[in-house]
Design a protein around this ligand. Structure first.
Ligand code: SF4
Ligand code: SF4
Length: 289
């Protein structure tokens, strides 16, 4: 994973062992508070699908996850007590999954308290705030609803948030970004939307294996036609021309696959415009505009 971080962040591979040592020393039992706002828990599921390191190593050996609504054994008052103790101690990473409602605090509460207020309180004492997944970064799918959903940066204003958008979060990006931060004690270079440049520098279209067909004007129109299954998915709604992501260069699930490789058009899930302004997802982008 440190080698992957080096490649992604443009570092000499010879620093990987040093980075691993530095990160391992600081990573060992680094406290983490993972808060879930308006979301589907898909980002937690995605993290638990991590392969190298696997979830058991990540959660039981490397990190000290002090609060996570889905996987922690404690519940109710006990869970809230763990959250309060960790916030009081400080020196933790705060990860947000899901969005924050702004129209009415009752849309999302924890033990009767407004989620947004609890999140701001936790952010005030955190070493670093990471927004994991599109909802946490920019509001995502909930932004299309009635709750006035926003992402972490809009909720916090004065605190710098590191955004890792996609729906769900890509586990290797999350883990290697944490490794980089702990190894270097600084944020990686971010773009104007708060995303590490290492992962979001180029549009998907630039490295898509269907690109040749795009240039030839060969666009898939029938998913059931095996002769055209490799053709460009633009007419099926692909947003790859305006989506900054490395999905087509570093495939998901340890290189097993990604959307375009299984015939699914990119829905632009790493862009701030997702989902509202890219909808309907399976329509030709020209028609959406
Ligand atoms: S499928 Fe999408 S990303 Fe790939 S070439 Fe076509 S428009 Fe570009
Ligand atoms: S290919 Fe597009 S829709 Fe699929 S995960 Fe990557 S950015 Fe999201």
């Amino acid at each position: 994973m440190c080698s992957l971080s080096c490649v992604a962040f443009g570092l000499d591979l010879s620093v990987a062992p040093k980075m691993a040592d530095a990160a391992a020393a600081k990573l060992m039992k680094k406290p983490v508070i993972w808060m879930q706002g308006q979301g589907c828990t898909g980002c937690s599921s995605s993290l638990l699908s991590s392969i190298n390191p696997g979830p058991e190593k990540l959660l039981l050996e490397l990190l000290s996850v002090r609060f996570h609504p889905t996987i922690m054994a404690a519940a109710g008052e006990q869970a809230v007590q763990s959250w309060e103790e960790c916030v009081a101690e400080g020196n933790y990473l705060l990860v947000l999954e899901g969005s924050i409602p702004t129209r009415d605090p009752r849309f999302c509460t924890v033990e009767g308290q407004p989620f947004g207020e609890l999140f701001k309180k936790a952010a005030a004492n955190a070493d670093l705030v990471i927004a994991a997944g599109s909802c946490a970064c920019y509001g995502g799918i909930p932004r299309a609803g009635i709750t006035g959903a926003v992402g972490a940066q809009d909720a916090l204003k004065d605190t710098k948030v590191l955004n890792l958008p996609s729906c769900p979060v890509k586990p290797d990006r999350l883990i290697s970004t944490i490794l980089y931060y702990l190894g270097h004690n600084e944020l990686p270079r971010l773009d104007n939307d708060g995303r590490p440049v290492a992962y979001y520098r180029y549009v998907l279209h630039d490295s898509c294996h269907r690109r040749l067909h795009y240039e030839r004007g060969e666009f898939l129109s029938d998913w059931n036609d095996p002769k055209t299954s490799d053709w460009c998915l633009y007419n099926k709604g692909c947003k790859g021309k305006e989506t900054f992501t490395n999905c087509s260069s570093y495939w998901w699930n340890d290189g097993v696959s990604y959307c375009g490789a299984v015939g699914s058009p990119c829905s632009g899930c790493s862009q701030p415009k997702f989902y509202e302004e890219f909808s309907p997802l399976f329509a030709n982008p020209e028609e959406v505009k």
